[in-house]
Design a protein around this ligand. Structure first.
Ligand code: SAM
Length: 296
């Protein structure tokens, strides 16, 4: 922490309540507003994200600025994007001494993050930190990974179950399209398990901090990335069906029964195999075999 940056002071239930009351703030359920009140978790997030004074950090959903203060104290600069306009005057208040923190009032899904990285970090990959509302976790993470956005890492608080899904492998109940997409682009690591009493108000479920390090190259090599993801979605849309039926029934794919069966044989699997038992490498094998045949 530099000497000129003030100390973070918001990570406390009484202070958080006082800030909200003084601005007559009404919590918005639709925006998943649960504010962190546990200093040790904020310190763990900053440590997991590996923030240094050279870094530019994009924070998604700053709330009243609790994590923003910690990030500003460790980073070169922070831009925090908040959707709720009622939080903007609060953030202006809580961050006015944190001169390296900037607030943007916007829906993160509408922000041109590549442009932001260009302006704030000379186009170099940025670190993203977020305590996300649960309903929007998957679209935000997928958007950051799939689009051509320069991102070095994403450190994110999510529902514990979602964290488990990101890390899990074939044959487990949590394994699915999110696991494969995350593992294709990044290395996921659970940095902390967070209990509901670390938030105000308390959520109903346990949370986890996940650190995703973007890999320089995807984990497997495919000639048609879009086809790989269509195959993955088709396999998990109908989880209880065989892989062959899942692929045949998908509206996103247009391969014949023979082509699908040949592809399954080509990766050395029986025709009765279920999609949920396939590794990322095997999905890549399917995609590479099928991209050589007729495309939808
Ligand atoms: N970072 C704060 C903290 O840890 O105390 C607040 C976290 S709270 C779980 C999520 C925040 O994300 C809320 O402030 C909410 O208004 C904001 N938010 C929700 N949807 C958003 C979106 N699409 N774009 C930007 N911010 C959003």
């Amino acid at each position: 922490m530099s000497n000129t940056t003030p100390r973070p002071y918001l990570a406390n239930a009484q202070v958080t309540r006082a800030v909200l009351d003084s601005h007559k703030f009404v919590l918005q359920k639709k925006y998943g507003q649960n504010f962190l009140i546990a200093p040790h978790i904020l310190e763990e997030i900053v440590a997991a994200a590996g923030i240094t004074e050279d870094d530019f950090v994009l924070e998604i959903g700053p709330g009243i600025g609790t994590m923003t203060q910690y990030l500003a104290a460790s980073a070169r600069a922070v831009t925090a994007v908040e959707i709720d306009r009622m939080l903007i005057p609060i953030l202006e208040d809580t961050l006015h001494e944190f001169h390296n923190a900037e607030i943007i009032h916007q829906d993160i899904l509408k922000v041109d993050i590549a442009k932001l990285a260009e302006e704030k970090n000379q186009g170099k990959p940025i670190k993203v930190v977020a305590n996300l509302p649960y309903y929007i976790t998957t679209p935000i993470i997928m958007n950051l990974l799939e689009q051509n956005i320069p991102v070095e890492s994403i450190t994110v608080m999510v529902q514990r179950e979602v964290a488990d899904r990101m890390q899990s492998g074939p044959g487990t109940k949590d394994y699915g399209a999110l696991s494969l997409a995350v593992q294709y682009f990044a290395r996921p690591q659970i940095a902390a398990i967070v209990s509901p009493d670390c938030f105000f108000p308390q959520p109903k479920v346990e949370s986890a901090v996940v650190h995703l390090t973007r890999q320089e190259k995807p984990a497997v090599s495919v000639s048609d990335e879009d086809l790989l993801f269509r195959l993955i979605r088709a396999s998990f849309n109908q989880r209880r069906k065989t892989l062959a039926n899942g692929l045949k029934n998908s509206a996103e794919l247009n391969f014949t029964k023979e082509e699908i069966e040949a592809a399954i044989e080509a990766i050395g699997k029986p025709l009765t195999v279920r999609g949920e038992t396939l590794t990322l490498e095997e999905f890549a094998g399917l995609a590479n075999f099928l991209s050589g045949t007729q495309q939808p």
